[in-house]
Ligand binder design. Structure first.
Ligand code: ADP
Ligand code: MG
Length: 405
């Protein structure tokens, strides 16, 4: 126990050293790009989801955790109407006039800033601004780099222009930017956890009413993120199709039960059993995933509270199997990561995280063996003939914050 505590403290030290380094570098980058210092630096984390996949658009429950990979936005007033932004990892610079601002396919990443300018203008006058962005969140890997980026950018603008925006509004604004301006149909989970996360906890969130509770994350548990490196070609179409199928299941179940059902959140296993002969089998499989996944979120929260890691791992595996066979959003790569991970001593469980098809697998492992396990998973995955995957150890992270002002 004592040994562990020491490890944990040195981890925190290491984390804050890395964060200090990242801020310093971004500060320098901003000065190089714009010849003056930024007025504010904000940051927001990437996330994994421990349990509750595809439940958020069914009014259900989720259990996400912010990780210690962050996106930093440095911003400074420049007057006028121009936004000029440089993003370090993409190596790109863009500029646009916020008074004639519109969505453009080219320079896709600029749309997040355009959306922010447009939506925040309701809360007060936004003016020309310089931005420099740096990030350690892998992009396009199901770890929500887009939300880390947009939430940190929104916060920097709120701070710069003293906008009257309550913190509870930020997830809704960020979601609106992604949904309506950028055109990605994402739920409330990502902006919520990215805004409100606390280190060493998961957030148990009811996406219907946004009630939430912090659940302690066990100290001897490590998160291994297994990134497939796959672009999720199918993800958008299939994601929209799953949303429709859930709606169809709701309509069919309303007719069968004679009850007005609003979402799959309100359907029990008993309801579903009673409808098994009348409900088309595809809709049955979609519905049973959502219903059992919602239950698993509560079971997982209990497993974490009690530090019952074996049980937590078993729930992860059950969730993955349901996503694979009932919801059909997995892929060979995701399945392979789960299969190689679950065979290793010291791994409690693994499952895909995010919308599916590509993206990442999240694996829970005994902290004492984390480095060896990460290496072994990576090696065994490659032995199966996949060459683009990678595995990294993630710590829990904290939510949105102002780093410097
Ligand atoms: P995910 O959110 O799972 O990482 P998305 O496809 O939703 O994947 O978001 C990735 C997109 O978000 C990138 O293509 C880019 O447009 C934008 N983005 C994310 N991080 C950054 C960054 N640091 N700088 C600029 N754009 C970013
Ligand atoms: Mg995203």
């Amino acid at each position: 126990m004592k040994k562990f505590k020491e490890n944990h403290n040195s981890d925190e030290q290491e984390q804050s050293d890395t964060a200090q380094e990242a801020k310093k570098e971004l500060y320098k980058l901003f000065r190089t790009e714009f010849g003056r210092s930024p007025d504010v630096i904000s940051s927001a984390p990437g996330r994994i989801n421990l349990m509750g996949e595809h439940t958020d658009y069914n009014d259900g429950f989720v259990l996400p955790v912010a990780i210690d990979r962050r996106t930093y936005t440095a911003a400074g007033r420049r007057g006028g109407k121009l936004f000029i932004a440089f993003t370090k990892e993409l190596g790109k610079k863009t500029s646009f006039d916020i008074s004639t601002n519109r969505f453009e396919r080219s320079n896709f990443w600029a749309n997040y800033l355009k959306g922010a300018a447009l939506l925040l203008n309701k809360y007060g006058a936004i003016q020309g601004t310089n931005f420099a962005i740096a990030s350690t969140v892998p992009r396009g890997s199901g770890l929500s780099s887009s939300t880390a980026f947009v939430v940190s950018a929104v916060e920097s603008l709120i701070h710069l222009y003293n906008l009257n925006v309550d913190k509870s509004e930020i997830p809704k604004i960020a979601r609106q930017i992604e949904n309506e301006f950028v055109g990605v149909q994402s739920g409330i989970m990502d902006p919520f956890v990215v805004t409100f996360a606390k280190a060493n906890t998961a957030i148990l969130l009811d996406t219907r009413n946004l009630q939430y509770e912090y659940i302690p994350f066990p100290k001897n548990l490590s998160i291994l993120v297994c990134v497939t490196g796959l672009k999720r070609a199918l993800a958008n179409t299939e994601y929209n199709r799953r949303r429709e199928e859930c709606q169809q299941a709701v309509s069919a179940l309303s007719k069968i039960t004679g009850r007005e059902i609003k979402s799959l959140r309100d359907v029990t296993l008993q309801d579903l059993d009673g409808a098994v002969n009348e409900l088309p089998s595809l809709l049955y499989r979609r519905a049973i995933h959502i219903i059992t996944e919602n239950e698993r979120v509560h079971q997982m929260a209990n497993a974490l509270r009690e530090s019952n890691l074996t049980y937590a791992g078993k729930l992860m595996i059950e969730s993955h199997l349901s996503l694979r066979s009932n919801y059909e959003v997995s892929s060979r790569e995701l399945d392979s990561f789960v299969e190689v991970a679950e065979q290793l001593y010291g791994v409690y469980g693994a499952r895909m995280t995010g919308a599916g098809f590509g993206g990442s697998v999240v694996c829970l492992a005994n902290s004492e063996a984390e480095e060896e396990l990460a290496k072994e998973i990576s090696q065994k995955y490659k032995e199966r003939g996949f060459d683009s995957g990678s595995v990294f150890i993630a710590r829990t992270g904290s939510g949105l914050q102002i780093e410097r002002s």
